[in-house]
Design a protein around this ligand. Sequence first.
Ligand code: HEM
Length: 517
Amino acid sequence: MDSQLLNVLALIVSFLLFIVLALKITSNLIKTEPSPNIPPGPWKLPIIGNIHNLVTSTPHRKLTDLAKIYGPLMHLQLGEIFTIVVSSAEYAKEIMNTKYLIFASRPHILAADILFYGSTDIVFCPYGNYWRQLRKICTMELLTQNRVNSFQPIREEELTSLVKIIDSHKGSSFNLTKASCVWHEKQKPRFISVLKEMPLGAGFSVGDLFPSAKWLQLVTGLRPQLEKVHRQMDRTLEDIINEHKKQKSKDKYGQGEAEEDLVDVLLKFLDGNGSNQDFCLTMNNIKAIILHILSEFDSFEDMFVGGGETSSSTIIWAMAEMIREPRVMNKAQIEVRDAFDLKARVDEICIDELKYLKSVVKETLRLHPPLPLFIRDCEQTCEIKGYHIPVKHRVVVNAWAIGRDSSYWTEPERFYPERFIDNPIDYKGTNFEYIPFGAGRRICPGSTLGLINVELSLAFLLYHFDWKLPNGMKKEDLDMTEQFGLTVFKKDDLYLTPVTARPILNREASMHGKKGA
Ligand code: HEM
């Protein structure tokens, strides 16, 4: 058969399948007549429902606009997926606190199923014993305060190197986005960059919105693309694990004494390694967990050091907001320089004294939470403040909308760190108007690490340099457009011109208290 004929046949088959799917969905819709007290929402089109309402590169903004019309508990139909969108602190509290057991699982997402070995990493795995065990390993072994602290010298060393690179560009336009993502331009595997650009985490891909139409995953090319990336990842992860096993057996015979890292910790739980753990992981489970951490960090070596996607996006937003608000940058700089001028170097010891810088970070995370939408599944029909939430509905908590809600925040669009001074609101997920790290059982376990990365990086950048917009650019002209991907990051790279204010002294000189210029 010639290729043209094949194409025509493929088109006819796709069309017929589309008709079958349309009939199936329409009959489902007729069968499941919405209950009268289901939350309100925009008018739905046949088959696609409200997908047309979300054709945008910034779904969190679109959902915020819709919530202004339909209210903080809104009903959408996204293809085959019925979705409740939560846009107020009161309803978020119901979902993540009061009724947490019903909403503790995340939905199945095609990308997570393929890339994360059947969703067996900690982020996507369903709530239950397996999740509890992973969470325990995470909080008691991987992300403990001691482990985060133990990487302090490496963090400081890495940031000193970054400052040296910036210093070599003083007086000229410098791409801060690139530098904050990749200390030393270290290469992370290509597939991690691919992941970063895919808006997959939120489950808004066509494959996720029409899960019964498997052919759509093929026709759109999504499944083959994900499977290709998965094969590449699998080889890399296999190499990482084998390397660790080899090192371990060397250590056993006294030929080395490498420090225990994440993979070593996880390998202790590997099924059949005879280590007497009461909970075991398969090799694929370990790969899934490592992969999540890899996507959170720039390179495997930088796991506890450099900025992950969430941290580096926060650093860039903070610098962009401060350059538009010179008063804030100036105030933060005075604080940082007062704290470190005596030592002539920035270190982690005094970081807790930097109250204003901490408020800058809080304000940045209010306006630019790197993960603006938290996705959960409703596992049991329930009522929320009189509204009926049917089982199997997907729930999306819009943390971005809540952080900009004028019922909780005065002048919500203004970057004003002072609002957090002498304000008891913290990151623990108990103040539901401020949830950049989530809340409840599935709150982020990496907040301590994420925050120290952001605060220390900003302290280095503000201590050593004054910053200007390049080429006479006006602050009003700085483009703040967002890009929704693995995180919400600034679409255009941030270019700033550094002017050295405090040169870098070598460690010994600064230890002896020699001051910078
Ligand atoms: C500024 C930095 C960060 C921010 C803003 C952030 C934010 C978040 C948010 C919003 C969630 C979802 C919470 C929910 O559904 O209620 C989450 C989950 C998670 N984060 Fe972070 N994160 C950051 C850094 C990190 C770091 C450094 C790690 C460590 C590797 C990490 C590991 C995780 C894990 C494992 C989960 C899944 C928890 C679960 O489902 O039980 N995060 N994060």
